[in-house]
Design a protein. Sequence first.
Length: 457
Amino acid sequence: MVEFKFTAQKVNGQTISGSLSANSITEGKRKIHRLAERNQLKIKEIEKKSTFIYKVRRGKDKPVKGEQKAFTKKEVEDALTKLGFEILSINKKLIDFQSKPPQTEIVTFVKISAELLEQKLPYSEILTLLINDTENKTLRETLKEINNDLKKGADSEATFLKYQSVFGKFTAYMLGLASKSGNMTEIYRATAKFLERRQEFKKNLRSALITPAVTLFVLFLAVLFYVGYIFPETAKLFVKFGIDLPPMTAFTLAVSDFLVENSILVTAFTLIPPIVAWRFAQSKKGGYIMDKYIIRIPVLGSLIHKTLIEVYCRVFYTLYSGSAESIEPIRIAAEATGNKYFEDRVKNIAIPLMIKKGVGITDAFTATGVFTETALSRLHSGEETGTLKNTSLQLANYYESETVYKLKNFIEVVQIFIAMIIMVVMIGLTLVSAETATVRPKTPGASNQIYVERDIA
């Protein structure tokens, strides 16, 4: 997120200032100008928060270097002067790029925070401890800024949402909400569990889909290289001397000739489809379509579908406090699944039915078509008995156990399948090479000797 501070003038000449956050510089400036147009303001100045590198010294101590985010150089200078430092230099950082911390760092931060909260340690002390022990620079600087903002009395939800580019939208929302709720420890624990499950699921999904796909793609390239470059160097020697080629060798050489003659077409066929698929999945419409049909894939789709319901129920359990306040937990839980299709069905079908027509949770969820019969049955039972919150947790734990076990078995089957494909390809290449090795040139003069023997006879 990029932070901006602006100064504007009202129609009566009064000068006012304000600040806001945006995902990019362009979006931030657009927001400010829309705000000015709506309130009839004349923008005088717009300043973006930047990182300044400073070098200071206190008394005769050794100079100290550091970084500080501020809107202007003067802000940094005033802050350091108040702390009793002698300013040696302050310069704006030319390349102010911060990479997103690894997901493992985020999970570690949330999990340790939950454990320390259980020990009744004040949150300010927890942040101080983690700032000193966090190795990732981006996360460390983010925690410093959050700590400073909270000490100044800033709203915790707004503070964490400013850094959703670091934590992720859902995590930032949950951590901000935790400080305002009466159950901070529970929310942190649930968020840690959610992040761990999502990380584990992505790892398993990568093992089930991405790793095999990459393996097959590399194998395909290796076979292309062998057939298109290495094999012809040997086989064409036999053709040059007019030697008849065995069937597999002749077929492989024909394939090699085709690949060489149509190299541009083959390259396009190899590279363009994956790139197009990736770009399509990155688009809004493409992502929606991909998320819609991924849960319908045989075997794996069912596991993904149940994992989405597990995530939904786990988040819903954490936020739900009663039927009178069920809409917001439903919306947030739907966003937490990370599946655009699932989220859209819940937010645009279930929630409107509940608000406009007073439909119950189970009936509204049934209308979405994204919940399994098992989930609907359990939620209906919880709704009737007034135990919807606990039922959601039970359902989440049930689907966690089922999907972990079945996904593990699925990965093993996929690995065996990939190993068999590699074995078949290697056997095929070995047979072709072995057949090529049996090719022998004709003995010089052998044909003439046959004709002479016939004449004598």
